[in-house]
Write a protein that binds this ligand. Structure first.
Ligand code: PMV
Length: 318
């Protein structure tokens, strides 16, 4: 039996602007997906009883599927198995990362699957190969769409500054709170919406993207020097700019205002593609607990996480 795990992620700054070449900063978080592979002669089974949305079991031989939502997560594992022509295996997925929320759950599942298969089948892939193959698999399943940020963070962990290239960046851990609206989001349609706005109003939207890129760049020394008040202020500005390009929603705004109000957050913004999914907030003097209570009262799911966490790892003996 071989197990590997990989972390989810949040985008701290720069979503959408990064699609047009501006800088974005992402961090791995300490919510993880774990994939276990064991020999099962004559069969190929994927199970994910512990997935957050609903448990399911898929027998690839009979094609039996217990839940439609789960099929999405399974598609990534199946694509990884196909990539290596793997058979005679039982694959089990366990994940603490909310699905379809913009927290990198599919990338973490792909990376953990590739890492577990690498060890179990003796494929001798290096870490860079795992990142590259996982990105290719994620892109294939998402039909050509998908930035390398999620799979790179799931593999290497830490922080990544992404613009035209992807650069690992050494920064201290941050304690943040993630609020999930419970509404799955669709990255592709949000990106298309924003890109269409840019095409129609380049003189208005391009400067917004430029401002967002400057926020990402300025956030790096602020995190390094733990200047949290300024960092929170830039989160608020970035949220406003994302609202301006149309990826906010009532549910996201309710969580953002609950965080800044009753939750006493220093700053709060939506994270990822928007339209649904998650927001992040930086806890103030009242701490993460008060913030989580405020988010739950505003009907969100709340997770207290650290950013800059460890990437993919083998889970020996677990
Ligand atoms: O919500 P997510 O994690 O899928 O993030 C999307 C981030 C975008 O900048 C909107 C798109 C991208 O590919 O960078």
């Amino acid at each position: 039996m071989t197990s590997a795990s990989a972390p989810g992620k949040v985008i701290l700054f720069g979503e959408h602007a990064v699609v047009s070449g501006a800088a974005a900063l992402g961090g791995a978080v300490d919510l993880r997906a774990k994939v276990t592979v064991e020999d099962l002669p004559g069969s190929l089974t994927i199970s994910a009883d512990d997935l957050i949305l609903r448990g399911f079991s898929l027998d690839l031989v009979s094609g039996r599927i217990a839940s439609a939502e789960a099929l999405n997560a399974v598609r990534y594992v199946r694509a990884a198995l196909q990539e290596f022509e793997a058979r005679d295996l039982r694959v089990k997925i366990e994940s603490e990362i909310p699905l379809a929320a913009g927290m990198g759950s599919s990338a973490a599942i792909v990376v953990a699957t590739v890492a577990a298969l690498n060890m179990h089948l003796g494929l001798a892939l290096g870490t860079k190969d795992i990142a590259q193959i996982s990105h290719m698999i994620e892109k294939k399943v998402q039909q050509g769409y998908g930035s390398p940020m999620d799979t790179a963070l799931a593999t290497f962990g830490g922080y990544l500054l992404v613009s035209t290239s992807v650069m690992p960046i050494d920064l201290p851990a941050l304690d943040i709170v993630v609020g999930y609206t419970g509404i799955p989001h669709d990255t592709r349609s949000e990106v298309e919406k924003v890109q269409s706005l840019l095409a129609r109003y380049p003189d208005i939207v391009a400067p917004i993207f430029q401002a967002i890129g400057s926020i990402s760049a300025r956030s790096v020394p602020l995190i390094r020097d733990r200047k949290l008040l300024e960092l929170g202020e830039l989160m608020n500005v970035n949220h406003g700019l994302l609202e301006a390009v149309g990826v906010g929603s009532r549910e996201l705004s309710e969580l953002v205002y609950a965080a800044r109000g009753a939750g006493n957050a220093i700053g709060a913004k939506l994270t990822g593609a928007g339209g649904g999914g998650c927001m992040i907030a930086l806890p103030g003097p009242a701490g993460a607990e008060a913030l989580m209570v405020a988010l739950r009262q505003a009907k969100g799911l709340a997770y207290s996480v650290k950013t800059g966490c460890e990437g993919m790892r083998m889970e020996v003996g677990k």
